[in-house]
Design a protein around this ligand. Sequence first.
Ligand code: KG4
Ligand code: ZN
Length: 365
Amino acid sequence: MSDYVIILGIETSCDETAAAVLRRGPGGTIEILAEKVHSQIDEHAPYGGVVPEIAARAHADITDRVIAATLEDSGLSLAEVDGIAATSGPGLIGGVMVGMMTGKALAMAAGKPFIPINHLEGHALSPRLGETCPFPYLLLLVSGGHCQFLEVTGLGSSRRLGSTIDDAAGEAFDKLAKTLGIGFPGGPAVERLAMQGDPARFELPRPLLNRPNLDFSFAGLKTAAARVVENESLDDQGRADLCASFQRAVTDCLSGKTKRALEDFKGRHDGAIRFVVAGGVAANKTIRAALEMVAEDAGAMLIAPPLRHCTDNAAMIALAGAERLATGLVDETGLAFAARPRWPLDETSAQADPAYGGGKKGAKA
Ligand code: KG4
Ligand code: ZN
């Protein structure tokens, strides 16, 4: 194989239809030749959350066009790529199926390897899209679907240090926004109102904050905030105060656990400590500032990929595919891979820990 690997990446596991063409060069240099993201926000907004059936249909409508436009932008034809990588789990299974089957069909038609990618591996590698970020590093992935710490030690080797045992942080923001009727996605709407609010006005819980582990829980906080909406007739100021109080509680949970995670990580690794934060919630300025402070206090370097690579995108999927192809972590079984709604990156600890829920479909986290 030449020193260069060119991969078409496809991402359809939630509410973004995305494609990217990426070239990996000698020594692991990365060049994104083209990338496109089509967001379904307008389709889901009337429901205040992502509706899986609507998402699957919207992906089916547009995935081939997003891929065609991305290839055209890259100036390459399908015959010129070395492999096709698509998110094959975890995520909303209808959407995952659309992207994975499209990827498989293109791979078969072009006679290229199909590389099934774990969406979480894409997020884990995302800081390496824009800068040199040597392994190992600590990653906090905080989005609408995930809230977990990963110790990323290499390609295909990440250890989950802790995770939410119920809702993801972004999901809690979205639910509060839905209860208040202030729009979708909820995070930015809550953040906007919180700017005018008093974070000390409502006393809300910080679940699991004082437990000596790296797990999160946001269901109780979400319910407590919903109860305030139910029981008090909030005026505009009251709603802003509730948003600010809620945001403060989430911030305390994230920064408190990050402090603990960094201490734990530092105890096991020498040299420069890198802390990467990814996922849509990382866009929140209050949360970002708090994490920056915790990182600084711990002497760690905070790396926050640009927002377009922090949220769901196909460049990170293409990168995972390129790294796998370049290092020989690809075999002929790709075409036979069955999409997985649940697919923990670190299968061993997910299965060992009943807190994350087992069940027929496997561990949730
Ligand atoms: O990473 P992302 O785009 O998609 C996945 O969930 O995979 O994250 C979207 C989530 C939503 O729940 C959204 O409400 C939240 O990130 N979010 C925010 C902010 N911007 C987006 N949460 C808090 N503050 C924000 N500014
Ligand atoms: Zn994601």
